[in-house]
Write a protein that binds this ligand. Sequence first.
Ligand SMILES: [Zn+2]
Length: 257
Amino acid sequence: MLIDSHCHIDFYTPDKQLEIIQNAKSEGVNYMLNAGSSRSSFDNILGIVAKYENVFGAIGQHPDEAETNGIISQEDLLQYISKNKKIIAIGETGLDYSKEGYNKDIQIENFLNHINVSVKTDLPIIIHNRDSNSDMCDILKSEMKRHKFKAIIHCFTGDSKMAGEMLELGFYISASGIITFKNAFDLRETFKTIPNDRLLVETDSPYLAPVPYRGRENQPAFVVQVAKQLSEIKEMDFSEIANITSNNFKQLFDLNI
Ligand SMILES: [Zn+2]
């Protein structure tokens, strides 16, 4: 069994949702976590987790969304989270300094709100981090001194120093299709150093299709390619990586599945 720890099922039409969930099942991808991204995604995600027993959900706002549509209050986030027990995480949220004219203050305020909600609910936070390593590490370290929380660094692309700092905070690190990309030598080397008990796999579908599907729309079934690549990096059997990453997911989210 494999678990796709991060995808956006809500970005597909309802017909397509059914199709990709069936594809996933037939490839042994038994569960998936639909990450939140914007206020408008929340009702869709709540509908999806109610409809499909093998899809879990997260509620949270992407940093770009906070800039465009305003910050969602902690009260509102808590309200959505309380609507279904299958909402098992906060996110995705974090920092993204990749676009010109980004607003650091809004992004940081939004991120801190989510960390507070994670502390209040004891649900892990799913962290998006792009071109913001230094602020990200500073915030996570100082927040962790104030209160404990669990986290996944989703779609990890940092170096081994960054990985080390995240591991020290007790976080999990998720590999995406990027580890299959031809020029991702350094990232593959970094993943060699990440302990097995902190590894997760994801697609981030519909984005980031792995080799050999690059250029196509990604889907949770393709997490098989990510796990295959990870098994090569770790010089382990595919089935071992599948078990390890699935068990890590269950452990982190305290799931009996
Ligand atoms: Zn995502």
